[in-house]
Design a protein around this ligand. Structure first.
Ligand code: UD1
Ligand code: CA
Length: 454
């Protein structure tokens, strides 16, 4: 099988500079979804017919298994498929998909191609309560498909037909080539209609079969931001349903967004408003509080995230307690049972087991040992305005609140750093080190009083 994806339309109603087929569903271009679906069918060839925003579309979706055919002027769907003909082999079937119909399931397409049976034409149709705007499927007295008539060319009687063309069809390439060569644009829109090949097939005695998708959303197209948003919700709901089937607890399956791949071990629980981007893996029994955003993160079993955490390119060990309002930035690795509390930011740092940083801290470019206690307001000063340096904190260290650790600096095993210290040199192990102005109390001091205006 060979697949042609029509993606030359401009999508004016999007009111966007981004070409329509690059508009995202789950953070990926619509056309990328269609290409994924196409690949699931193991086609001999995939050809994308592009036009508007061509270079941008090609650059965004370049792949070795995709060939591109330009349609410089959008003269109709039949004309569009014609542009792909030079790269199609006469042997076998061609399946036509639309770049702006992103949610079709591969099973549905396989069933359509099977129904066409190698020699016939297969049409994917749906029956709609409001068929306005679609091409109508015209059947004869015994129910055999005779033609597709576009809305603008239809008689009032034909417009009453509620079975419509989804646009997705398959046909033998050699036949398609002959039929497309005979298209005319003598119709209400002055376009070369792909749909006109149906009447030609019937005239040539080629069987035309219609198949229907199992789900109505499979053939919904996107022409506006409203429709894009609707399909996003449908797609997200489908992902949520898959997670539920796998045994994930979703407090509200309508309030989760997965923009990538989320893999969950048993008994994961996810509260409302969470966003998962890129590759996220959650271990057994992990609980994610409300409104967390996780991007390319691995979390081991038993860890809990309180609400409002933001994690990116991080690895979290088992039984950790994170948040609320914690931020793990790229390069963060936490071992088991690490506690990262509210308003703590960690970047490019490795933190060993049982260490706690529970309040208001910045740990950047640091290697932190196990059983370390990082007090409230502790900051690693890792950047001198030009270069970044590492801080090394060995096991069992206690760092008093509001200390600044000016890197490069090392704190030896078991050391204590007094609260309010600005640490500029290494602190030896096992000792108390502090650097702060000595406290004084000024005797006989009085608060100023406001001068009397004369
Ligand atoms: C088309 C069908 C109609 C069907 C409807 C389903 C035709 C003549 N009509 O109508 O029967 O009910 O889809 O949505 O086929 N495209 C190109 N180049 C072109 C024209 C279109 O690449 O010159 C692409 C568009 O980007 C889009 C798809 O083909 O992805 C369909 O085009 P659109 O203009 O939406 O077709 P309709 O007129 O709505
Ligand atoms: Ca359309």
């Amino acid at each position: 099988m060979q697949i042609v994806i029509l993606a030359a339309g401009q999508g004016k109603r999007m009111r966007s500079r981004l070409p329509k087929v690059l508009q995202p569903i789950a953070a990926r271009p619509m056309l990328a979804h269609v290409l994924d679906t196409a690949r699931e069918l193991s086609p001999a060839r995939v050809c994308v017919v592009y036009g508007h925003g061509g270079e941008q579309v090609r650059a965004a979706l370049a792949a070795p298994d995709v060939v591109w055919a330009e349609q410089a002027q959008q003269l109709g769907t039949g004309h569009a498929v014609q542009q792909a003909l030079p790269v199609l082999d006469d042997e076998g079937m061609a399946l036509v998909l639309y770049g702006d119909v992103p949610l079709t399931r591969p099973e549905t397409l396989r069933a359509l191609v099977d129904a066409a049976g190698g020699q016939g034409v297969g049409l994917l149709t749906v029956t709609m309560d409001q068929p306005t705007g679609y091409g109508r499927i015209i059947r004869n007295a015994v129910g055999a498909v005779q033609a597709i008539v576009e809305e603008k060319d239809a008689t009032p009687e034909q417009r009453l037909v509620r079975e419509v063309n989804t646009g997705i069809l398959c046909a033998p390439v050699a036949r398609l080539r002959a039929w497309l060569g005979r298209l005319s644009n003598n119709n209400a829109q002055g376009e070369y209609y792909l749909t006109d090949i149906i009447a030609m097939a019937v005239a040539d005695g080629v069987p035309v079969v219609a198949a229907q998708p199992a789900q109505a959303w499979e053939t919904l197209g996107v022409n506006s931001k409203q429709q894009l948003a609707e399909l996003e919700r449908i797609h997200q709901r489908n992902i949520a349903d898959r997670l539920l089937e796998q045994g994930v607890t979703l407090i509200d399956p309508a309030r989760i967004d997965v923009r990538g791949e989320l893999r969950c071990e048993p008994d994961v629980e996810i509260d409302v408003g969470c966003v998962f981007e890129g590759a996220v893996e959650l271990g057994e029994g992990v609980r994610i509080g409300a409104n967390c955003v996780l991007r390319n993160v691995r979390i081991a079993a038993g860890t809990r995230l309180a609400p409002f955490c933001h994690l990116e390119d991080a690895e979290v060990g088992k039984d950790c307690v994170i948040g609320p309002y914690a931020r793990l930035r790229p390069g963060t690795t936490l071992a088991e049972d690490v506690h990262i509390g509210n308003f703590v930011e960690v970047k490019n740092s490795q933190i060993a087991a049982h260490t706690k940083a529970n309040h208001l801290a910045y740990i950047g470019d640091a290697t932190v040992g196990s059983k370390v206690n990082v007090g409230a307001g502790v900051i690693t000063c890792n950047y001198d305005g030009a270069n970044k340096y590492r801080t090394v904190i060995e096991d069992d260290v206690f760092i008093g609140s509001d200390s600044q650790l000016i890197a490069p600096v090392r704190i030896g095993r078991g050391a204590n750093i007094g609260a309010g210290t600005t640490l500029t040199h290494d602190a030896p192990e096992g000792k108390l080190t502090l650097g702060r102005a000595r406290q004084v109390t000024v005797e006989h001091w009085a608060r100023p009083v406001k001068a009397k205006k004369s």
